[in-house]
Design a protein around this ligand. Structure first.
Ligand code: PLP
Length: 421
């Protein structure tokens, strides 16, 4: 943990049941039962503070940004840029106003790196190293570049506990130009040793692209102590809205990159014979940006900061340990839980196989009990192949879940098991 986040072991705690009251959706009933929302790794719910901030902006301030010189246009620009700075500070960006690029989602942020950095720096025979546990969003852009440029993809394997095998790390990184690695697996929950990986990659002359989709919402994040060069994440997994993601990049790396998409906002001048790109970060933000969404993301960051990321992490370790114990105790050999057995080595994501019951059947039966879990390949097909399965069921936690949610999950799984016995 300390390695990933660069912070002390978490000790603070939080009151999940009280926090849950801030989330209007969590008062819903499904099939006559209170909802038990266990799919925050796919998309988390939003607190009233986020919904209100977006509504307040829309009702009082909305205009396009960076264009008008009238009052609300200037206010909108100020609020939009303040959200950028706020998000940057949340992840420890040394220069938040220049290093935080707003994108549509994390997928677009990862593609941005492949398109701009990749096309600038990679040619035939160059090596990009990925891990076996990457999400498709950090695999497919590199496959596309490999097809276009003839680059080689190398893979860091995982062991049976769902941890990266780092014995041959120096050999794998030898000659590599980029390491793409997830901070936390969206399937296994594994927390990767990012600081160690970044140091090894840099020693080999490679830059490091971290996919922080699953870690930024759940752990303190400090890009400086992680030592990475690029970091991508999505607002909708961290209590914010859909439609906005973030790419953080080291200032000197972003500054030398060409634009991503072309259009308005990303230029300083356009002539018949060409154009002059804008400064960073706007160079990478073609067209009208997600303004209301940026306001919502800023409010989500305020909410998380007020709760405290150490407290979020401490709560999720304890809840994950409770869930591992409860599931193993109830189902014993009848359940296969993927990923590290130690709750401290993982985040609050539990993928599992329950006997021969198909994950989609599990999800459908659980829905009858108001329990929302994800079933599928979780956009990690190379990992599914490594695990020897086509899909898994996955329960994932956020700061609003508590032990009662786990108890409800276990009871509902028991019913599913009986139904298919
Ligand atoms: C680890 C990881 N990376 C990338 C993504 C892609 O995020 P988005 O769909 O918001 O672009 C996800 C979403 O599930 C994820 O869990």
């Amino acid at each position: 943990m300390a390695e990933l986040t660069g912070t002390r072991s978490p000790t603070a705690t939080l009151d999940a049941a009280t926090l849950a009251k801030d989330f209007p959706l969590l008062t819903r009933e499904i099939h006559g039962r209170p909802i038990t929302y266990l799919d925050s790794a796919a998309s988390s719910q939003r607190p009233t503070a986020v919904l209100d901030a977006m509504r307040n902006y829309d009702e009082t301030t909305h205009a396009n940004v960076h264009r008008g010189v009238y009052t609300i246009a200037e206010e909108a620009t100020r609020r939009f840029e303040a959200a950028r700075t706020n998000v940057g500070r949340f992840i420890g960006a040394p220069d938040p106003g220049r290093e935080v690029v707003f994108t549509k989602n994390a997928t677009e942020a990862l593609n941005l790196v492949a398109h701009t950095w990749g096309r600038t720096h990679l040619g035939r025979g160059d090596v990009v190293v990925l891990t076996e546990m990457e999400h498709h969003a950090n695999i497919v852009p590199w496959h596309m570049l490999a097809a276009e440029r003839g680059i080689e993809l190398r893979w860091i394997p995982i062991d049976d506990d769902g941890q990266l095998v780092l014995d041959d790390l120096d050999a794998v990184l030898d000659g590599a130009k980029l390491l793409g690695v997830t901070c936390m697996s969206n399937v296994l929950g594994t927390l990767n040793p990012i600081t160690e990986l970044a140091a090894a990659a840099h020693a080999a002359g490679a830059v490091v692209l971290a996919d922080a989709c699953q870690s930024v919402p759940h752990l303190p994040t400090d890009v400086a102590s992680l030592g990475v060069d690029f970091l991508a994440f999505s607002a909708h997994k961290m209590l914010g809205p859909t439609g906005i993601g973030v790419l953080w990049g080291r200032e000197e790396l972003l500054a030398e990159l060409p634009p991503f998409l072309g259009g308005g906002e990303m230029i300083l001048d356009v002539r018949k014979d060409g154009f002059t790109p804008n400064d960073i970060p706007w160079r990478f933000e073609a067209g009208t940006p997600p303004i209301t969404e940026a306001i919502g993301l800023g409010a989500a960051v305020d909410y998380l900061r007020a709760v405290g990321m150490d407290a979020v992490r401490a709560h999720e370790i304890s809840l994950t340990a409770y869930a591992l114990d409860a599931l193993n105790e109830r189902f014993g050999d009848g359940i296969r839980i993927f990923g590290p057995s130690d709750a401290e080595a993982r985040g609050g994501v539990l993928s599992f196989a329950l006997g021969e019951v198909h994950p989609h059947d599990i999800s459908q039966i659980l829905d009858q009990y108001g329990v929302c879990v994800r079933a599928g390949h979780h956009c990690a097909k190379p990992l599914m192949r490594r695990l020897g399965v086509n899909s898994t069921a996955r329960a994932s936690f956020a700061l609003y879940n508590d032990e009662r949610d786990v108890d409800t999950l276990v009871e509902a799984l028991d019913e599913a098991k009986k139904f298919f016995a």
